[in-house]
Design a binder for this molecule. Sequence first.
Ligand code: ADP
Length: 199
Amino acid sequence: MLNIVIFGPPGSGKGTQSKMIAEKYNLLHLSTGDVLRNEIENNTEFGIIVKSYINSGELVPDDLILKHLYYKATEYEDTKGIIFDGFPRTTNQAEILDKMLEKRSDPIKLVIRIEVDEDEIIRRMIGRGEDSNRGDDKENIIHKRIKVYKEQTYPLIDYYKEQGKLVCVDGMYAADKVFKAICRILETCSDNIGEEEIS
Ligand code: ADP
């Protein structure tokens, strides 16, 4: 299995890139943000609980995320690989994900870090907030999310660097150019990747 983490600040294009990677290489895209928004939309018990965290720019507490995500990830045992988008977001989540994948002998192979300047991510999220009805793409909440990212998620860079799994991509370019750079990385770093064919 080819398990990949796509990593970057909010608004860096993780979702867009993950969708394209999943389609090209026939991987499963597991976006915690999408899973959580879906729960909110369906007004589930879990959705009602997580909504207040998301719309205030906080992370959803680890115990809630892990319980839910663990079930999601085990639902997909037959896939050729998973792209984890928005997960892990804390060192605790990363350690638990590692343990979970270790049990299945399918460790994370690669962590793709998309690097984008702070001014640009703010600009993008404000733009996205005008079109979408995401409750967290509002200017004051955007600043809060960036702060939370720096404090709680940024330390994962060292965590994955120490594991020798981190590769960086310049995310300041247009989405298709960033995607080309990611494809080059995937094809260089992974010997068994082929379009729609991963053994
Ligand atoms: P972005 O990366 O642009 O902030 P996401 O869709 O990945 O967007 O996440 C939106 C929100 O969902 C986050 O701000 C957070 O509140 C919550 N969330 C997503 N993934 C996690 C996670 N792994 N742990 C805790 N909270 C999460």
